[in-house]
Design a protein around this ligand. Structure first.
Ligand code: ATP
Ligand code: MG
Length: 140
Protein backbone atom coordinates (compact mmCIF):
# COMPACT_ATOMS: atom_id res chain seq x y z
CA UNK A 1 0.00 0.00 0.00
CA UNK A 2 1.10 3.51 -0.68
CA UNK A 3 0.58 6.86 0.95
CA UNK A 4 -2.09 8.64 -1.09
CA UNK A 5 -3.95 11.92 -1.06
CA UNK A 6 -7.66 12.27 -1.64
CA UNK A 7 -10.12 15.14 -1.80
CA UNK A 8 -13.07 15.52 0.56
CA UNK A 9 -15.99 17.91 0.94
CA UNK A 10 -18.00 18.19 4.14
CA UNK A 11 -21.33 19.10 2.59
CA UNK A 12 -23.93 21.75 3.58
CA UNK A 13 -26.16 19.37 5.55
CA UNK A 14 -23.21 18.85 7.95
CA UNK A 15 -22.05 22.47 8.24
CA UNK A 16 -25.68 23.49 8.85
CA UNK A 17 -26.01 20.99 11.72
CA UNK A 18 -22.58 21.82 13.22
CA UNK A 19 -21.27 18.31 12.59
CA UNK A 20 -17.91 19.14 11.01
CA UNK A 21 -15.84 18.07 14.03
CA UNK A 22 -17.65 14.74 14.26
CA UNK A 23 -16.98 14.08 10.57
CA UNK A 24 -13.27 14.97 10.88
CA UNK A 25 -13.03 12.66 13.91
CA UNK A 26 -14.21 9.78 11.69
CA UNK A 27 -11.43 10.55 9.19
CA UNK A 28 -8.79 10.77 11.91
CA UNK A 29 -10.01 7.61 13.66
CA UNK A 30 -9.59 5.80 10.31
CA UNK A 31 -5.96 6.92 10.08
CA UNK A 32 -6.49 9.75 7.60
CA UNK A 33 -4.65 13.03 8.21
CA UNK A 34 -6.13 16.42 7.23
CA UNK A 35 -3.28 18.15 5.37
CA UNK A 36 -5.35 21.03 3.95
CA UNK A 37 -8.71 22.47 4.99
CA UNK A 38 -10.78 25.53 4.24
CA UNK A 39 -14.37 26.59 4.76
CA UNK A 40 -15.80 28.16 1.61
CA UNK A 41 -19.08 29.29 0.14
CA UNK A 42 -19.09 27.53 -3.22
CA UNK A 43 -20.30 29.58 -6.19
CA UNK A 44 -22.80 28.15 -8.67
CA UNK A 45 -20.05 28.14 -11.34
CA UNK A 46 -17.69 26.18 -9.06
CA UNK A 47 -20.38 23.62 -8.15
CA UNK A 48 -21.41 23.15 -11.79
CA UNK A 49 -17.76 22.75 -12.81
CA UNK A 50 -16.91 20.37 -10.00
CA UNK A 51 -19.92 18.13 -10.72
CA UNK A 52 -19.78 18.50 -14.55
CA UNK A 53 -19.54 14.69 -14.88
CA UNK A 54 -23.12 14.51 -13.55
CA UNK A 55 -24.61 17.29 -15.69
CA UNK A 56 -26.90 14.99 -17.69
CA UNK A 57 -28.24 13.28 -14.56
CA UNK A 58 -31.79 14.16 -13.42
CA UNK A 59 -30.57 15.25 -9.98
CA UNK A 60 -27.90 17.69 -11.28
CA UNK A 61 -29.88 20.90 -10.60
CA UNK A 62 -30.85 19.71 -7.14
CA UNK A 63 -27.24 18.73 -6.39
CA UNK A 64 -25.84 22.12 -7.42
CA UNK A 65 -28.54 24.03 -5.48
CA UNK A 66 -27.73 21.94 -2.39
CA UNK A 67 -23.95 22.38 -2.64
CA UNK A 68 -24.29 26.18 -2.70
CA UNK A 69 -27.01 26.34 -0.03
CA UNK A 70 -24.59 26.70 2.92
CA UNK A 71 -20.81 26.79 3.35
CA UNK A 72 -18.79 23.61 2.82
CA UNK A 73 -15.39 22.46 4.08
CA UNK A 74 -12.99 21.34 1.35
CA UNK A 75 -10.12 19.17 2.54
CA UNK A 76 -7.21 17.05 1.43
CA UNK A 77 -6.78 13.80 3.36
CA UNK A 78 -3.55 11.84 3.37
CA UNK A 79 -2.76 8.30 4.49
CA UNK A 80 -2.16 4.69 3.51
CA UNK A 81 -4.58 3.81 0.75
CA UNK A 82 -6.40 7.09 1.42
CA UNK A 83 -8.75 7.05 -1.58
CA UNK A 84 -10.32 3.67 -0.81
CA UNK A 85 -10.11 4.17 2.95
CA UNK A 86 -12.03 7.44 2.72
CA UNK A 87 -14.74 5.84 0.55
CA UNK A 88 -15.00 3.07 3.15
CA UNK A 89 -15.41 5.45 6.09
CA UNK A 90 -17.92 7.56 4.08
CA UNK A 91 -20.23 4.59 3.38
CA UNK A 92 -22.63 4.06 0.48
CA UNK A 93 -24.06 7.07 -1.42
CA UNK A 94 -27.55 6.29 -0.10
CA UNK A 95 -27.43 6.25 3.73
CA UNK A 96 -30.09 3.53 3.73
CA UNK A 97 -27.47 1.23 2.14
CA UNK A 98 -24.48 2.41 4.23
CA UNK A 99 -22.74 0.11 6.71
CA UNK A 100 -22.95 0.71 10.47
CA UNK A 101 -20.31 3.10 11.77
CA UNK A 102 -19.85 4.96 8.47
CA UNK A 103 -20.26 8.72 8.20
CA UNK A 104 -23.28 8.49 5.92
CA UNK A 105 -25.00 5.87 8.09
CA UNK A 106 -24.57 8.03 11.20
CA UNK A 107 -25.13 11.51 9.78
CA UNK A 108 -26.58 11.61 6.24
CA UNK A 109 -30.16 12.78 5.79
CA UNK A 110 -30.84 11.35 2.32
CA UNK A 111 -29.14 10.22 -0.91
CA UNK A 112 -28.75 13.89 -1.86
CA UNK A 113 -27.92 15.40 1.53
CA UNK A 114 -25.31 12.78 2.28
CA UNK A 115 -22.79 14.72 4.40
CA UNK A 116 -19.55 14.07 2.50
CA UNK A 117 -17.98 13.86 -0.93
CA UNK A 118 -14.86 11.78 -1.55
CA UNK A 119 -12.79 11.23 -4.69
CA UNK A 120 -13.38 7.84 -6.30
CA UNK A 121 -10.00 7.19 -8.03
CA UNK A 122 -6.41 8.43 -8.24
CA UNK A 123 -7.02 10.59 -11.31
CA UNK A 124 -10.16 12.25 -9.95
CA UNK A 125 -8.43 12.82 -6.58
CA UNK A 126 -5.59 14.71 -8.29
CA UNK A 127 -8.01 16.76 -10.43
CA UNK A 128 -10.31 17.58 -7.51
CA UNK A 129 -7.44 18.63 -5.22
CA UNK A 130 -6.20 20.98 -7.97
CA UNK A 131 -9.72 22.37 -8.46
CA UNK A 132 -9.72 23.84 -4.92
CA UNK A 133 -6.12 24.01 -3.66
CA UNK A 134 -2.75 25.42 -4.72
CA UNK A 135 0.26 23.17 -4.06
CA UNK A 136 1.51 25.55 -1.36
CA UNK A 137 -1.70 25.01 0.64
CA UNK A 138 -1.01 21.28 1.10
CA UNK A 139 1.02 20.93 4.25
CA UNK A 140 1.67 17.27 4.89
P1 ATP B 1 -19.73 11.89 -4.02
O1 ATP B 1 -19.30 12.04 -5.48
O2 ATP B 1 -20.48 13.10 -3.50
O3 ATP B 1 -18.61 11.44 -3.15
P2 ATP B 1 -20.78 9.31 -4.61
O4 ATP B 1 -19.53 9.11 -5.42
O5 ATP B 1 -21.09 8.32 -3.54
O6 ATP B 1 -20.80 10.72 -3.94
P3 ATP B 1 -22.13 9.94 -7.09
O7 ATP B 1 -22.84 8.92 -7.89
O8 ATP B 1 -20.82 10.46 -7.57
O9 ATP B 1 -22.03 9.40 -5.58
O10 ATP B 1 -23.14 11.18 -6.91
C1 ATP B 1 -22.68 12.45 -6.53
C2 ATP B 1 -23.64 13.05 -5.56
O11 ATP B 1 -24.86 13.34 -6.22
C3 ATP B 1 -24.04 12.15 -4.38
O12 ATP B 1 -23.13 12.17 -3.31
C4 ATP B 1 -25.36 12.77 -3.96
O13 ATP B 1 -25.15 13.94 -3.17
C5 ATP B 1 -25.94 13.17 -5.31
N1 ATP B 1 -26.84 12.13 -5.81
C6 ATP B 1 -26.48 10.94 -6.36
N2 ATP B 1 -27.55 10.23 -6.70
C7 ATP B 1 -28.63 10.99 -6.39
C8 ATP B 1 -30.05 10.82 -6.50
N3 ATP B 1 -30.58 9.70 -7.04
N4 ATP B 1 -30.85 11.82 -6.07
C9 ATP B 1 -30.34 12.95 -5.54
N5 ATP B 1 -29.01 13.18 -5.41
C10 ATP B 1 -28.17 12.22 -5.81
MG1 MG C 1 -18.82 10.53 -6.87
Amino acid sequence: MAIERTFSIIKPDATRRNLTGKVVAKFEDAGLRVIASKRIQMSREQAEGFYAVHKERPFFGELVDFMISEPVIVQVLEGENAIAKNREVMGATNPADADAGTIRKEFALSIGENTVHGSDAANTAAEEIKFFFADAELVG
